[in-house]
Design a protein around this ligand. Structure first.
Ligand SMILES: Cc1cc2nc3c(=O)[nH]c(=O)nc-3n(C[C@H](O)[C@H](O)[C@H](O)COP(=O)(O)OP(=O)(O)OC[C@H]3O[C@@H](n4cnc5c(N)ncnc54)[C@H](O)[C@@H]3O)c2cc1C
Length: 468
């Protein structure tokens, strides 16, 4: 990268906000799983939409490629640059709250705001922003929107897409589009915000968003339920949905081995049910918080037990117990990371076939890699399963990972046979680009023409999601 370019960027954002030192750049170039390590000419940290616009205006003129980055928690490599002439635009300094509107029930925030901070600000205002993921302490609102993040509350509140009302965007040529609307109804042509939700930094930079918020629930009820198989969990899900009116806000399945890993690698977590094959985390959220409701919840959980759908039930009696139950679920990825090599699949399947998928995928994994240890968990209420495989005990990590291609091919075929999706919530980035090209040929052609019309010079996150 030319010194003149670096100097120009320094002029736009201030010298100390352009990082070129190798050591200081490291945290922006390595991602959470340690799979991708990138290179870049500089990391640029703007503080305003105007600065983002000036960076892009200049980059467009000089054909400099830009990779937007939020919290760098993406799991498909989309936020990592791979060329010394490319720059990362880190949104971390663009993190103000612009407006909280209690009447419209909306909040307008800048893209670099950390999700956890957004949740806290809402809570302080007696509101709820329901998006919740295990990476919430680091991921940013802009990254959540750019990946259409899912998480644990989709069952009731929807994906990030459903929570976005309007966006402020900077296009590749530096022009700013302000669509920060609070309208519930607005049928005025194509939905630009919907194009940018899930665009993974390939169409422009999201600088701010108006988001839906909800009244903060008066009471949250959390329970752990043990079942013999995923099939029972789906029966319980349907039973609750069909017979109960208190909102069911989370329904997460975890297999025995995923809990084994949490016990092995994570401190200070108690597993309140001792013997089980599968556990489900169930959460209800209530705007009443009455004693009557508490009885109703106990009652429906007991019915599930009496009908032999569940083997055992533990209902959290305090916030501490509830947090402990959530910690079990949210620590699985961290625990699996400590267990050696892993092959990951983030898939979704129509709910009726989830059980069929899990059984067949376990069988395939053991045929392909004898001794495979399947870590099966996820948002089963949305049909979304993280079907991960940890390396067999004492196996060589690299040899194990070499088998990923064949195994993934079979898991993908199974997923597609069951009319599922090969990337339910993590996106495409770099990791799933070839799969997208291979399995969604017709869509990819349409994506290319959209990309060309927004970014004819291909300066936004080139090489991610699709090639043009
Ligand atoms: C432990 C763990 C658990 C996770 N659990 C979940 C989960 O349950 N559900 C889920 O959906 N994901 C999950 N993720 C994945 C990840 O946290 C999400 O994809 C998150 O939304 C990424 O946000 P980020 O700010 O870190 O984005 P980054 O990683 O910085 O970027 C991700 C992508 O978005 C683009 N981007 C970032 N900011 C902008 C912007 N302002 N404008 C335009 N493009 C932008 C980047 O170019 C990149 O392509 C998990 C990750 C970890 C490490």
């Amino acid at each position: 990268m030319h010194n003149s370019d670096i100097n120009k960027f320094k002029k736009i954002v201030g010298s100390k906000n352009v990082i070129t030192d190798k050591k200081d750049m490291e945290k922006y170039l390595k991602e959470w799983r340690g799979i991708y390590t990138g290179i870049a000419g500089a990391i640029i940290k703007p503080k305003s939409t105007k600065e983002v616009s000036n960076i892009l205006k200049y980059s467009h003129e000089k054909n400099i490629s830009c990779i937007p980055q939020g919290g760098n928690t993406g799991l498909v490599g989309g936020q990592i640059p791979f060329n010394k002439n490319h720059v990362v635009i880190s949104l971390e300094r663009l993190s103000k709250i612009r407006e909280i509107n209690n009447v419209n029930q909306t909040i307008t925030v800048e893209a670099g705001l950390i999700l956890y901070n957004l949740q806290k600000i809402c809570e302080e205002n007696n509101l709820l922003f329901p998006l919740s993921l295990a990476s919430e302490g680091s991921c940013s609102v802009g990254g959540n929107i750019a990946t259409n993040a899912g998480g644990v509350a989709v069952l009731h509140y929807g994906n990030t897409r459903e929570l976005v009302m309007g966006l402020e965007i900077v296009l590749p040529d530096g022009s700013v589009v302000n669509n920060l609307k609070t309208l519930i109804k607005d049928n005025t042509g194509y939905s630009l915000k919907d194009l940018f939700v899930g665009s993974e930094g390939t169409l422009g930079v999201i600088t701010a968003a108006t988001l839906k918020v909800f009244p903060k629930p008066k009471k949250i009820y959390t329970a752990l339920v043990s079942v013999n198989s995923p099939k029972e969990s789906i029966k319980i899900l349907n039973y609750i949905k069909n017979n109960f009116s208190i909102p069911l806000t989370a329904f997460e399945l975890m297999n025995n081995f995923s809990i084994e890993l949490v016990k092995r690698h994570i401190n200070d977590i108690l597993i309140p049910i001792k013997k089980f094959k599968w556990l489900i985390l169930i959460e209800f959220s209530s705007n009443e918080g009455s004693k009557d409701e508490e009885d109703k919840i106990e009652n429906i959980l007991n019915k599930i037990l009496n009908q032999n759908l569940a083997k055992d039930i533990f209902i959290a009696q305090s916030l501490k117990q509830s947090k402990n139950i959530w910690n079990i679920r949210e620590s699985i990825s961290e625990a699996q990371k400590k267990e050696g090599g892993s092959i990951k699949n983030d898939i979704s399947i129509p709910i009726e076939d989830i059980s069929k998928f899990i059984n067949s995928a376990i069988k395939i994994s053991n045929e392909e890699i004898p001794g495979s240890r399947c870590v099966v968990f996820g948002h089963i209420g949305d049909g979304n399963i993280h079907f991960n495989i940890s390396q067999p005990v004492k196996a060589n990590r690299d040899k194990f990972l070499k088998k990923e291609k064949n195994l993934r091919k079979k898991i993908i075929n199974l997923t597609l046979d069951l009319k599922g999706s090969i990337s339910a919530e993590h996106g495409i980035g770099l990791a799933r680009k070839n799969d997208l090209k291979k399995y969604k040929k017709e869509d990819v052609e349409i994506f290319k023409s959209i990309k060309r019309s927004f970014d004819p010079k291909n300066i936004m996150n080139p090489g991610k999601v699709i090639d043009i």
